[in-house]
Each structure stands twice: as C-alpha cells, then as structure tokens.
Design a protein around this ligand. Structure first.
Ligand code: URA
Length: 209
C-alpha cells in the first residue's frame, strides 16, 4: 500500500521557505529545486536493497555493503520536473532518465500527453517520477498510468510541494504508489495552483516569466 512521506528535515523545510519567496530569482530557485530534490531523493531511496561485498582497504579486507543491482529510472514530468533531474542524478548517477511531457489543458485542466521517451528496459527498472508540484494530481496519475502500461512494477512519485487534492487523486487512482514530498500546502486556487505554493515552478526554474 502506498504512503505519503513528508520529508520534514530542517534543510528541506528551510530551502522550501526560500523557494516560496517571490524575490528569489531564477538562478537561486533552480539551485534550490535541485538541492531539495537531492534531499528528498535520499529518503525516497532509503529502501534500496543492499548486498555485502568484500573491499580491500589500504589496511585490511572490509565486509561492506553496496546497492544490490537494483536498476532505477527517474522520470521528470516536463517541464518543471527537469529542474529536479540534476539533484537526483547526482545521488544515483547510474539511473537512467526518461521523459514524459504532459501539459494541462488551460480550459479543462485535463492532462494532455505530448511527449514520452523512456529507457528501453523501463519495465525492469524501479521508477521514480519527479515533478516539483503535485497540484490536481492529473499529470501524476497520467504519468503513472503510462509507466504501468509499459509494465513498470515499482513506481514512486517525488515532489517538493503537494496539495491535499493531488495526494488524494494519486492515492485513489494508484494506491500502490508511495509519494515523497517536502510539504503539503493548504489548497488549490481556482486556477489549480497550489496556495501558498511557489507560483509557476516551470516559469521560475527556467525564467520564462
Ligand atoms: N504547477 C505549478 O507550477 N505550480 C502550481 O502551484 C501548480 C502546478
């Protein structure tokens, strides 16, 4: 059964506060998204299985542990999810990166998939979808559906800020998926933005507004 994990580590909370500041510029915003993604990813990968190996140190042979052959993929939802890739791939450099492009129809707010490029062996990889804002949950639900269609068995969803509505939507459609978030905000506004949130995360990461 999937769970909601709120990563209440002080560093995550502090950096989210800086993200919220309307005076935080593009460069700093992008760096913060990357750092927060790395910190949340640290928790989202906590259950990776380990195996014991022997490693020769300059002094002796140590029995020590490495991650045991789990193959991972990170799947940013375009566009804002791209801002999290740098941070998560620094932590797990062997992971492959797939991309799913979904936009919200401005009128209906329904998700429209316009791009999908995933590793060939995606069905053999544990996948972590990344998107900084889990708002209505429509894009997350659609991205998870796409991965499940391709045979992916273990899927996690990572975001920085979630809304109660988004979490409910993902839980209802995909109760097996764990959600990792830095914080849950109050609500969505009439334009389906998270309040208080950070505004449009894509625009703030890429400086398009
Ligand atoms: N996407 C954003 O960038 N911000 C929100 O608040 C909701 C969706």
């Amino acid at each position: 059964m999937g769970e909601l994990h709120i990563i209440d580590h002080p560093l995550v909370q502090h950096k989210i506060s800086l993200l919220r500041d309307k005076n935080t510029g593009t460069k700093e915003f992008r760096e913060l998204v990357s750092e927060i993604a790395m910190l949340i990813c640290y928790e989202a990968t906590r259950d990776l299985p380990l195996k014991e190996i022997e490693m020769e140190t300059p002094l002796a042979v140590a029995k020590t542990k490495i991650i045991s052959g789990k193959k991972l993929a990170f799947i940013p939802i375009l566009r804002a999810g791209l801002g999290m890739v740098d941070g998560v791939s620094k932590l797990v450099p062997a992971a492959k990166i797939g991309h799913i492009g979904i936009f919200r129809d401005p009128d209906s707010k329904a998700p429209v998939q316009y791009y999908c490029k995933l590793p060939d062996d995606i069905s053999e990889r544990d996948s972590i979808i990344v998107d900084p804002m889990l708002a209505t949950g429509n894009s997350a639900v659609a991205a998870i559906e796409e991965l499940k269609k391709l045979g992916v068995k273990h899927i996690k969803f990572m975001c920085i800020i979630c809304s109660p509505e988004g979490v409910e939507a993902v839980k209802a459609a995909h109760p097996d998926v764990d959600i990792y978030a830095g914080v849950m905000d109050e609500r969505l506004n009439e334009d389906k933005y998270i309040v208080p949130g950070v505004g449009d995360a894509g625009d703030r990461i890429f400086g398009t507004k």
